[in-house]
Design a binder for this molecule. Structure first.
Ligand SMILES: NC(=O)c1ccc[n+]([C@@H]2O[C@H](COP(=O)([O-])OP(=O)(O)OC[C@H]3O[C@@H](n4cnc5c(N)ncnc54)[C@H](O)[C@@H]3O)[C@@H](O)[C@H]2O)c1
Length: 332
């Protein structure tokens, strides 16, 4: 079978591709585990490391999600599974409304239409976000029954994506599942345009000996999940028995609710364990970022996803240890 990962050049998509290359199989149209004989990463941009082969057994397809023909060309087999991760992230969606609609709404629709044009009911896993919640009536802990009233354009596009997944599945055009992600840590490399970028930066920059400039308050609580867990959650959602999915196919993932201060304490403890000298963390309050973060929930109830087989989140200290091993020169 073929696997297509849109956004396969990004943080989570590239980690998912590495994991699938190791795993080698997924449940295919036969309903049984089938060998992945083709894995295509579709993205408008790939890092030099990916271009040079850091992910094995993959084909890179440079394309734009807003180009319907490119998307249809990528979905060229009936025995296909799609992980749809390509999207504009929260900060850039606030700044570029029209582009946000083209990429996150039209692009998602092209992916679903391309799958609809295939024979059978191919599985697709869509990356949604806790950014789909918001508003003054939002509880601190959000769950799958919490009403989604986002206060950002990004969040709006994610709610619509979830609803499209539900309806295309109800019509029998495909078999979709949505993973509603908390903030995933720790993104390697450069900061991105997400308003939650600091949640990775507060670990990443000090670990590489650089200064971290914190745009939010230190008592800010935030729902966080590790990158290895989110990859395993995508796979678990893909593999879940269709009879167990139900009519609402959007599953909120579990997470840790920690404050910035708690996260920094855990970072110091792990750095001491590994003998790593940390860079400084300097408060550099940014009211625009804080205002977006204030619209988000601080905790997630992932019990429905856990019942379906997504993993129990690793501890934050273990996420920091994984990151050191996977992405830094301090690996043990
Ligand atoms: N990382 C998080 O904390 C988090 C939290 C909630 C939801 N999500 C969602 O998970 C998904 C993956 O997130 P990520 O952190 O890996 O983001 P990322 O920005 O690292 O990856 C997204 C990829 O999509 C690609 N892309 C954007 N527009 C495109 C277009 N028009 N055509 C083709 N490719 C395009 C980008 O080049 C990028 O490589 C996204 O849908 C994001 O909204 C992420």
């Amino acid at each position: 079978m073929k696997v297509l990962i849109t956004g396969g050049g990004g943080f989570i998509g590239s980690q998912l591709a590495k994991r699938l290359a190791e795993k080698g199989t997924l449940i295919g149209p036969s309903g049984e585990a089938e060998e992945i004989d083709e894995m295509v990463l579709f993205d408008s941009h790939f890092s030099p490391a990916i271009e040079q082969g850091s992910i094995p057994h993959r084909t890179l397809l440079h394309g734009d999600l807003t180009n319907r023909d490119s998307v249809f060309e990528a979905v060229d087999r009936d025995d296909i599974a799609v992980f749809h991760l390509a999207a504009m992230v929260s900060g850039e969606c606030e700044e570029r409304f029209d582009d946000a609609l083209s990429v996150n709404l039209d692009g998602t629709r092209y992916v679903l239409e391309a799958l609809r044009a295939r024979r059978g009911t191919p599985r697709v896993v869509f990356a949604s976000s806790v950014g789909s919640y918001g508003g003054e009536d939002m509880p601190d802990t959000v769950g799958d029954l919490t009403k989604q009233t986002p206060r950002t354009t990004y969040g709006m596009t994610k709610v619509i994506g979830e609803l499209m997944i539900n309806d295309y599945s109800r019509k029998g055009f495909l078999d979709g599942r949505s993973a509603r992600l908390p903030t995933i840590i720790i993104r390697p490399g450069a900061p991105n345009a997400a308003a939650s970028s600091w949640a990775s930066g507060m670990f990443r920059e000090p670990l590489s000996g650089e200064t971290c400039y914190l745009p939010v308050h230190r008592d800010q609580l935030h729902p966080m999940l590790g990158y290895r867990d989110v990859v395993d959650s995508f796979i678990a959602l893909h593999e879940a028995d269709p009879d167990l999915i139900g009519s609402d196919r959007a599953y909120g993932l579990p997470s840790h609710r920690i404050s910035v201060a708690e996260g920094l304490t855990m970072l110091e403890q792990v750095a001491n364990e590994r003998n790593i000298a940390l860079g400084l963390v300097i408060d550099d309050f940014n009211p625009v970022i804080q205002a977006i973060v204030d619209t988000w929930p601080t905790a997630t109830d992932g019990s429905r996803a856990l019942k379906l087989g997504v993993p129990t989140p690793k501890s934050v200290k273990d996420i920091i240890r994984d990151y050191i091993d996977d992405f830094t020169s301090h690996s043990s």
